[in-house]
Design a binder for this molecule. Structure first.
Ligand SMILES: Cc1cc2nc3c(=O)[nH]c(=O)nc-3n(C[C@H](O)[C@H](O)[C@H](O)COP(=O)(O)OP(=O)(O)OC[C@H]3O[C@@H](n4cnc5c(N)ncnc54)[C@H](O)[C@@H]3O)c2cc1C
Length: 289
């Protein structure tokens, strides 16, 4: 199915984009890489009257290295991160993650800002940027504000963003030389969304350590206190058995590992989560709340 006819505009600046969005009376929607939005329009899940194309705005496609932090424009693509075309504050974590995200064709157009705005519970960037303690920089008719990445998502495809706000970028603290990280993505085949994903970042020099689990429940589980990091505590807090992740640990997968394909971990009802979420016949899928 093709998307219905729609008005399209390509503003020349972020200010113009915000103005167009504010004046569209709720009909306007920004489009970045279109990798999710166009599919949603084709399926009639989204029906905006006006598309405001921000993908090529220079202020959204650049990355700025400020020493202690690196700010990525919202329209930096997954491929630019994968290829090392922009500064990496994460000591290799972000390029590794980018390489496991969807397929190369999607990575060349899909953007960090689009992924954060969409807030799919199984998406990589919301989880990884929460683990790195990044801040999402937002711009709207009332000015600028920043939101901790871990606080952006409020539910499945729901965020604290207002309808007339645009993500301008994401400010990521630079990991110290002593920092270490781990990243695991469980999916049936490379290029698919995660059935479950786990990110661990530990940077003693900055007194920062965080574990984020994604894809298991409607909301990511995020923890930054060492005493809460035991699997028992994690299971209690998230309300979700952590079997898929401990299975991977038992196989001896080291930190800094890339995507791992594990068959038959998908929920029969939503085709997203692990088999632990499989509900009895006729009951609502618990992983969708
Ligand atoms: C087959 C397939 C497999 C995929 N696999 C994965 C995967 O494994 N992991 C993963 O993380 N993702 C995956 N994705 C999603 C992909 O990463 C997209 O890049 C991501 O959804 C964002 O797309 P986009 O940047 O093109 O945003 P768009 O599709 O253009 O926009 C998505 C939404 O975000 C809004 N938006 C975009 N930019 C902004 C902004 N700057 N400010 C405010 N709102 C904005 C739009 O209005 C729209 O609502 C997959 C997609 C496909 C089609």
């Amino acid at each position: 199915m093709k998307a219905p006819a729609i008005d399209y505009v390509r503003p020349r600046s972020l200010t113009e984009a915000i103005d167009l969005l504010a004046r569209s009376g709720g009909e306007g929607r920004v489009i970045a890489g279109g990798q999710s939005l166009v599919a949603m329009m084709n399926l009639r899940v989204a029906s905006p009257g006006l598309l405001i194309d921000i993908a090529r705005l220079p202020e959204l496609t650049a990355a700025t290295d400020e020493g202690d932090t690196v700010t990525l424009g919202a329209c930096v693509t997954h491929a630019a991160i994968e290829d090392g075309r922009i500064a990496d504050p994460s000591r290799g974590l972000m390029p590794r993650v980018a390489a496991t995200l969807a397929y190369r064709a999607i990575r060349t157009r899909g953007t960090v800002g689009g992924s954060l705005a969409l807030s799919d519970p199984a998406a990589e960037w919301p989880a990884v940027l929460s683990a790195l303690d990044a801040e999402v920089l937002v711009c709207g008719p009332d000015g600028r504000r920043s939101i901790r990445c871990a606080e952006l998502m409020t539910g499945v495809f729901e965020t604290t963003l207002a309808a007339d706000e645009i993500i301008e970028g994401v400010r990521i603290p630079r990991l110290s030389a002593e920092a270490c990280w781990g990243y695991l993505k469980l999916c049936r085949k490379a290029g698919e969304f995660a059935s479950a994903l786990a990110v661990v970042v530990s940077d003693r020099k900055r007194s920062h350590s965080r574990v984020v689990l994604g894809g298991l429940t409607a909301r990511r589980w995020c923890c930054s206190k060492h005493r809460e990091l035991s699997p028992r505590m994690a299971a209690k807090r998230s309300g979700t058995p952590l079997r898929p992740i401990s299975t991977v640990q038992r196989t001896g997968t080291s930190t800094n590992s890339s995507a791992i394909s594990i068959p038959s971990l998908r929920c029969a009802q939503c085709n997203r989560c692990c088999s632990d979420c499989d509900p009895p016949a006729g009951q609502r899928c618990p992983c969708r709340g």
